[in-house]
Every structure is written in C-alpha cells, then in structure tokens.
Design a binder for this molecule. Structure first.
Ligand SMILES: NC(=O)c1ccc[n+]([C@@H]2O[C@H](COP(=O)([O-])OP(=O)(O)OC[C@H]3O[C@@H](n4cnc5c(N)ncnc54)[C@H](O)[C@@H]3O)[C@@H](O)[C@H]2O)c1
Length: 260
C-alpha cells in the first residue's frame, strides 16, 4: 500500500471527486477524515471506507468558516495523531450571464473555492510544520481555470487563482517537506456536472442535458466525459513519496479537451 500510515483530511468528501479520492487514499492505507458541508454525506463516505476495510471518520465542515477549519484539523490530529495529507475538493459552481453577475455571488464562489482551499491548506500546513515530518496538499482546480468561461466567470476566476495559489504555497512550503500540487479535472460526471447541465438546460441556452453531453464529448479527444475514478491514480501519486520532487504543478486530467 502506497499511503500506509498517512493521516488525511479531505474536504468535499461527501460527493463526487472528494468521495472517490477519499476511498482511493483509504485503500492505499491512509486514515481519512472525510469532511463536507453536508455531514451526512461525509459520514456515508467514511462508513463506506470502513466497510471496505479502511480507516475513515467524518465531520461536517464549511470551508468558508475558519472555526470549522480549525476544528477539522484538530479532529484529524486528535483521532489519527497528526495530519500528513490534504485534498481540497470542496467547491461550488455558479452559472450566471456576465451582465447579471453579482458581487454577492462572485464573493461566495471565491470564499469557498479559493479562500476555502487556501485556509484549509494553511491550517494543515501549520500543523505539518510543527510535526516536522512533511506532507502533501492537493488542490482540485479545474480546466476552467486554464481559460475563461463566458457563463461561469466567477468559477473560472476562482480556479485560475487556485492554480496560482498552489504555486505560491508550493514554493513557500517545500522547505518543510510539504509538497503542494493541483489537479485540473475536465468534465467529470458528478453532482456538480448534473447541476451545470440543469442550469444550462433550465433555459439559459434552451438545450437538453443530453445535448450538452453530446456537444461536450465532441470536444474531448478521448470521446467521453470523465468519471471520478479517472483521478484516483494521480491523487495517489501526488500524495505519495514518488511525487516529492513534483512542486507546484497542476495536472490537467480531462481526456484531451480541445479549447477553441
Ligand atoms: N465535476 C466536474 O466536472 C469538475 C471539473 C473540474 C473541477 N471540479 C472541481 O472538483 C471539486 C469537486 O467537485 P465535484 O464535481 O465532485 O462536485 P460535487 O458537487 O459532487 O462535490 C462537491 C462537494 O463539495 C461540498 N461543498 C460545497 N460547498 C462546501 C463548503 N462551503 N464547505 C465544505 N464542503 C462544501 C458539497 O457538499 C459536495 O459534497 C470541486 O472543487 C469542483 O470545482 C469539478
């Protein structure tokens, strides 16, 4: 097992990519504290990990609240004896025409996607530095952060900033043996993707969810949407010893999306 003895904190662990990577890390021997805004879904992921023979625990956590972040790091330390790995998977997407984008909605997206990722990383890194044993932090960015998105400006901007913050964190923390990297997924079949399709199909463009899947697949060289398990090997690699000299990178995992 490649992550034996590691103690992990995962945000957004109740669904989609966070859930899948929590289970993958646990299969590789990590003890995983599954956190989510929705404590019930976090508990379900932890229960699944335990059913599968791993070590999992759960708690509710809003990444936009400093007190929740502190409590989650403290809980990881209390339950597992420390913290070695972080996956920042919590995220939200808002689709709004640019001419209707509000300060409030923009702020909310930045608060969760950017500030959430940074302050979770910071709180965990403080503990890792105290431990003196290094660690790994992996942020989930998005290919939307590589280019603009006419209908999701705030999301795209937040993910571009996550890519940049990953570089800064990596440069600052590698001297403590903490390596920080990111994964930029493409179009992944999760609850978030369903929400995006509902928003589009709900009248913004007047198309159905199936139309959207077909149109998107036509832009993906691999010819299909991604599934959460497509990210697992990369997340295990970036968390493991083999990635010690991989610093501040963001790996696109998107099946070869062609941008126009
Ligand atoms: N699905 C995609 O196509 C796709 C593509 C690129 C990047 N991403 C990113 O991957 C990450 C995971 O997304 P997903 O597709 O698994 O979506 P998802 O909706 O299935 O899961 C996101 C999880 O984050 C949680 N969450 C939302 N706000 C939170 C908060 N304030 N505090 C804590 N948890 C919160 C939700 O409860 C949910 O369980 C996100 O950062 C998303 O932006 C997704």
């Amino acid at each position: 097992m490649r992550l034996s003895g590691r103690r992990a904190l995962v945000t957004g662990a109740g669904s989609g990519l966070g859930q899948e990577i929590s289970r993958a890390w646990a299969r590789e021997g990590a003890a995983v504290l599954c956190t989510d805004l929705n404590p019930e879904t976090a508990s379900k992921t932890a229960a699944r990990i335990v059913e599968e023979g791993g070590v999992g625990a759960a708690m509710g956590m809003d990444v936009a609240k400093d007190c929740d972040i502190e409590a989650a790091v403290a809980s990881c330390v209390q339950q597992f004896g420390g913290i070695d790995l972080v996956l920042n998977a919590a995220g939200i997407v808002r689709y709004q025409p640019i001419l209707e984008t509000t300060r409030e909605s923009f702020h909310q997206t930045i608060d969760v996607n950017l500030f959430g990722s940074f302050f979770v990383a910071q709180a965990a890194a403080r503990r890792m530095v105290l431990q003196g044993t290094g660690g790994a932090i992996i942020n989930i960015a998005s290919i939307a952060g590589r280019h603009g998105a006419g209908m999701a400006l705030q999301y795209s901007a937040s993910k571009a900033a996550v890519i940049n913050v990953t570089q800064s964190l990596a440069q600052a923390l590698i001297c403590h043996g903490i390596n920080v990297n990111a994964i930029a997924p493409g179009y992944m079949q999760t609850a978030m993707w369903d929400q995006i399709k509902r928003n589009y199909a709900g009248g913004l463009l007047g198309v159905t969810g199936e139309d959207i899947d077909l149109n998107i697949c036509a832009t993906i060289a691999a010819g299909r949407l991604g599934v959460p398990s497509d990210l697992c090997e990369a997340a295990i690699f970036l968390a493991g010893d083999g990635a010690r000299y991989v610093v501040g990178q963001t790996l696109n995992i998107d099946g070869g999306v062609e941008f126009n």
